[in-house]
Design a protein around this ligand. Structure first.
Ligand code: ZN
Length: 296
């Protein structure tokens, strides 16, 4: 039997484990709801259970992509939102490694998704990639020469807090005003729509209404897309990737306006850097995590 690698995606609602070949073909998959409310030990028990179910006799390294800011040096969660109560401070690498008796590599889920997309997804075989994920919030991962760029504290890629014209009246999740996430995220779409109309609906619903021709929703989505596209063009000059990948639940709604603004703002030196939608869907984090395991 050829070697296989195991990758786990620990998200706020679902934990997914995949088994992949050295070429990145997914040959096994299993998932379970993340028992977020029961605390970190239960979450890690669930992840370990999936590994046992997928490859009971395995001994090789395992990769994990997890929600929160993760220090890739020791696999400890430095910061997390309340989607996973008690998650900050969890030593994922050490505690999951102890449960399984195998080495475990851990990094933030968006950054691991960037690795997955660069390996087998939209940026396939491109070793320099910038991935931006627009979901409830806004995150990014930078892959340079085939590896995640970690940063000094494991927090490189925090595009959420880029100062952004047009966001001055909008509050970011960090508590400050004027940041990109306050515009270009599910939360940002919802807040901007409420400001314009007085009606409180989800970012997903704003995107749906924009598609149906609701003028206020269209305006909000277009403004968010434009802000994101301009920011991406600037980030390309900073990071110098071969491709930019847009992922996340709100990516589809923002993509047309983002593409237009991106193409307009991109400097000639990088005019050949495409902006592409993510290709791995729900598998991106788990596949990237398996790639991470191969680096052990
Ligand atoms: Zn912020």
């Amino acid at each position: 039997m050829t070697a296989t690698y195991l990758g786990i995606d620990i998200g706020g609602t679902k934990t997914l484990a995949v088994l992949v070949t050295p070429d990145g073909d997914v040959v096994g998959r299993t998932q379970a709801p993340t028992p977020a409310r029961k605390g970190p030990a239960a979450v890690l028990d669930t992840a370990a259970g999936l590994v046992d179910r997928l490859l009971p006799a395995g001994a090789g390294p395992i990769g994990v992509g997890a929600a929160g800011t993760v220090d890739p040096a020791d696999g400890t969660v430095r910061y997390a939102t309340d989607h996973l109560p008690g998650w900050a401070g969890t030593r994922i690498g050490a505690e999951l490694g102890a449960r399984l008796g195998r080495p475990v590599r851990v990094d933030n889920d968006v950054r691991v998704a960037a690795l997955g997309e660069s390996w087998r997804g939209a940026g396939r075989d491109r070793r320099h990639l910038l991935l931006v994920a627009v979901g409830t919030g806004l995150g990014a991962g930078i892959v340079a020469d085939g590896r995640i760029v970690p940063g000094a504290r494991g927090a490189a890629g925090a595009v959420a807090h880029l100062p952004t014209p047009g966001a001055e009246r909008l509050r970011c999740s960090c508590g400050r005003y004027g940041h990109l996430e306050a515009l270009a995220s599910g939360t940002g779409l919802a807040a901007a729509y409420a400001l314009a109309t007085g009606e409180r609906i989800s970012g997903r619903e704003v995107a749906r209404r924009a598609e149906q021709g609701d003028v206020a929703a269209e305006t909000v989505v277009e403004r968010a897309g434009r802000a994101l596209g301009r920011a991406l063009a600037g980030l390309v000059a900073l990071v110098d990737p071969q491709v930019v990948v847009l992922a996340g639940g709100a990516a589809g709604a923002l993509l047309p306006a983002t593409r237009l603004a991106y193409a307009t703002a991109l400097l000639p030196a990088w005019s050949d850097v495409p902006l592409l939608p993510a290709a791995l869907g729900d598998d991106a984090v788990a596949v990237g995590a398996a790639r991470l395991a191969m680096e052990v």
